[in-house]
Design a protein. Structure first.
Length: 187
């Protein structure tokens, strides 16, 4: 499994290209669009999107975790893509909400019709002789399951440290893309 597998999965449905946007978030008003809505119809589109994401500098934002604000921002962005067959919001985070609206206070009625929210939780990098990372990530993943994810087939993927983030993201994307391929095959 790897980046090539994700690329193949993205490009396998040429009749139904994927559109994506990427935004970085932290505090209630700290959202930065890294990649505006972009259609990925071929390998060149995917390469250009990948390069833009990789070239984006990490913005200096406050050190808070506004998961509710990230949900609302993502919902607003997805509302502009109502013609998509499947609309998925992926939220990655290394902590629970500590500012802005809490995700559990955003009612299901605020979730746009047909949107699924998946999560990717990130444990702190584990230091030798330290076992609390596993307990921390278990607690954070439970929080995401209870309050953040929503919609049909929603799930949480886990990265055991920032060093494991890329592999966890690949697992998550493959799972989402396989679901798309299966639902497309059944239509």
């Amino acid at each position: 499994m790897g980046t090539d597998d994700v690329a193949r999965a993205i490009l396998q449905q040429s009749s139904a290209p994927i559109r994506l946007t990427v935004f970085e978030w932290s505090g209630p008003t700290a959202q930065t669009v890294i990649l505006p809505w972009t259609t990925i119809a071929n390998a060149d589109d995917l390469t250009a999107a990948r390069q833009r994401i990789r070239a984006a500098p990490r913005s200096i934002q406050d050190q808070t975790t506004a998961l509710g604000s990230a949900l609302l921002t993502g919902f607003a962005m997805l509302d502009t893509q109502a013609d998509c067959w499947t609309r998925t919001l992926d939220l990655s985070g290394d902590g629970i909400a500590n500012t802005g609206p809490r995700p559990q206070d955003i009612p299901a009625s605020r979730t746009p019709q047909g949107v699924t929210v998946n999560g990717l939780t990130i444990a702190p990098n584990q230091q030798p002789g330290q076992d609390d990372s596993i307990a921390d990530i278990t607690e954070l993943s439970a929080y995401f399951r209870a309050y953040v994810i929503r919609g049909p087939g929603a799930f949480v993927e886990t990265a055991l440290g920032f060093d494991n983030y890329a592999a966890a993201m690949e697992r998550k994307l493959l799972r989402e893309l396989q679901s798309l391929a299966l639902s497309d095959a059944r239509q």
